[in-house]
Design a protein around this ligand. Structure first.
Ligand code: HEC
Length: 165
């Protein structure tokens, strides 16, 4: 009798433990399955994500191609420039500073002595407003403001239009 009760007690305990356990595993398996799912979603999404982050970069895709075609020869694909000749755009506070100034430089060119990241430059940057559309200038300025660790806001076509010589 007492051993039967014991068994009943153990069985009840087991049932409790099992249900607690299955509750546990069902909840942890739901988090576990959602976690691998999201990380599984994140890694194939890693490439779609690259496509997605290239999708706001769809504006940036234009910016990147305008940059690589027109700017990289001097400022380099890395945005690091060439010390003493072409200033870096990466980590350059003028590039990430007020929009109107960067737009003006790109649209109308720049000439004269400047110091960028402790190095002096005294070159000539051709104006791009004659060869690039306002949309291309908006895209490339947005690109340089947000590449290589730069994290400044994009500029719009209207911003570019608004900057007069
Ligand atoms: C032929 C070489 C050349 C090309 C191509 C070129 N740049 Fe420049 N860029 C320069 C030089 C040189 C300067 C510095 C001018 C000076 O010393 O006053 C400069 C300066 C700049 C600056 C200002 C940097 C500062 O700190 O004031 C920005 C922004 C810039 N370039 C962006 C661009 C963009 C965007 C393009 C492509 C549309 C581009 N550049 C294409 C040579 C070039």
């Amino acid at each position: 009798m007492s051993s039967l009760r014991k068994i009943g007690f153990v069985a009840a305990g087991l049932l409790f433990a099992l249900s607690a356990c299955s509750k546990n595993t069902s909840s942890s398996s739901s988090t576990a399955s959602s976690a691998p799912q999201s990380s599984a979603a994140a890694s194939p999404a890693g490439s779609p994500m690259a496509a997605t982050s290239a999708a706001p970069a769809a504006a940036n895709t234009t910016g990147a191609s305008v940059y690589n075609t027109n700017c990289a020869s001097c400022h380099q694909a890395t945005g690091e420039g060439v010390a003493g000749a072409f200033p870096p755009l990466a980590g350059n506070p003028t590039v990430t500073g007020p929009k109107a100034k960067v737009i003006h430089i790109v649209k109308y060119g720049l000439q004269g002595a400047i110091v960028v990241k402790g190095k002096s430059y005294n070159g000539m940057m051709p104006p791009w407003g004659t060869t690039l559309s306002n949309a291309d200038i908006a895209a490339v300025v947005s690109y340089v403001r947000s590449s290589w660790g730069n994290a400044a806001s994009p500029v719009t076509v209207a911003d570019v239009k608004a900057v007069a010589k």
